[in-house]
Write a protein that binds this ligand. Structure first.
Ligand code: NAD
Ligand code: 4PL
Length: 247
């Protein structure tokens, strides 16, 4: 008996990193997980590793047609999505002087508009089927810290929290809850391969609890938010960063 038995849960950007850890944890709790990622091979490998009927569907979350096709495929193969985890994002490291309009548009399209499009699809379908579902948005504690070298990213992630707050009101009447999580620096595959990997010492100095943030630290909290234990929570932003930020 798992606390997520019977749920179909879509995790975007789940081929690696935090998304993959979330998908694995939710499957362990009994959910049928859909791994959606722009990286088709990585997504297929992650789904095979995760098991419990996990399926992989390739999707570019910044592309409206791709997102619509993803939800059609899920409906056909696994039924209506009960919980959507908006995790897919680009995590850039770029000085302000290099932030041009092309970069800005790319980051907003994936990290904010992608979350909008997936949420539109998921909640429209929940309402049509009378599913009292959940949406869990992965934001970032950079929206509180004002972390440098990712201005467009920070703006997009703050937008995700705004969307979370607004939609909690509009979707509450259908019994649909929507919350956000703001992770601190996490040693994901993406971070390990980027200059963010050099920031752990500085970030740990600011943390109340010591250690290196791991994808599982976020996955465990998402599993709670997806479970019935969190049924009275909506419109909230849960900061998960070892106490680096107190807000
Ligand atoms: P990562 O780069 O390791 O993984 C991101 C995944 O998203 C990859 O599999 C990638 O292929 C996928 N993706 C990227 N663009 C996509 C698109 N257009 N369509 C579909 N999939 C796409 O990143 P991560 O560190 O695991 O981050 C996961 C989430 O956590 C992101 O929302 C990120 O902003 C957030 N976050 C990360 C940290 C951190 O320190 N790692 C901190 C706070 C928040
Ligand atoms: C504290 O979301 O939250 C670096 C890179 N440092 O992506 C993040 C902190 C990064 C973060 C993040």
């Amino acid at each position: 008996m798992g606390k997520l038995d019977g749920q179909t849960i879509l995790v975007t950007g789940a081929a690696q990193g935090i998304g993959k850890a979330i998908a694995a944890r939710l499957a362990k709790d009994g959910a049928t997980v859909v791994v959606a990622d722009i990286n088709a091979d990585g997504g297929a490998e992650a789904a095979a590793e995760i098991g419990n009927g996990a399926l992989a569907i390739q999707c570019d979350i910044s592309d409206a047609d791709s997102v619509a096709a993803l939800f059609d495929a899920i409906e056909a193969q696994a039924g209506t999505v009960d919980t959507l985890v908006n995790n897919a994002s680009i995590v850039p490291f770029i000085a302000w002087d290099e932030v041009d309009l092309a970069h800005w548009n790319t980051i907003i399209a994936t990290n904010l508009t992608g979350t909008f499009m997936a949420t539109r699809q998921a909640t429209d379908r929940m309402r049509a089927k009378g599913v009292q579902g959940r949406v869990i948005n992965i934001s970032s504690n950079t929206i509180f810290a004002g972390t440098p070298n990712m201005a467009a990213y920070v703006a997009a992630k703050a937008g995700v929290v705004g969307l979370t707050r607004a939609l909690a009101t509009e979707l509450g009447q259908y019994g649909i809850a929507i919350n956000a999580v703001t992770p601190g620096l996490i040693e994901s595959a993406g971070v390990k391969a980027s200059p963010h990997n050099e920031a752990f010492e500085f970030v740990e100095m600011l943390q109340a609890l010591k250690g290196k943030g791991q994808p599982e630290h976020i996955a465990d909290v998402v599993a709670f938010l997806a479970s019935d234990d969190a049924r009275w929570i909506t419109g909230q932003t849960l900061n998960v960063d070892a106490g680096m930020i107190r807000h």
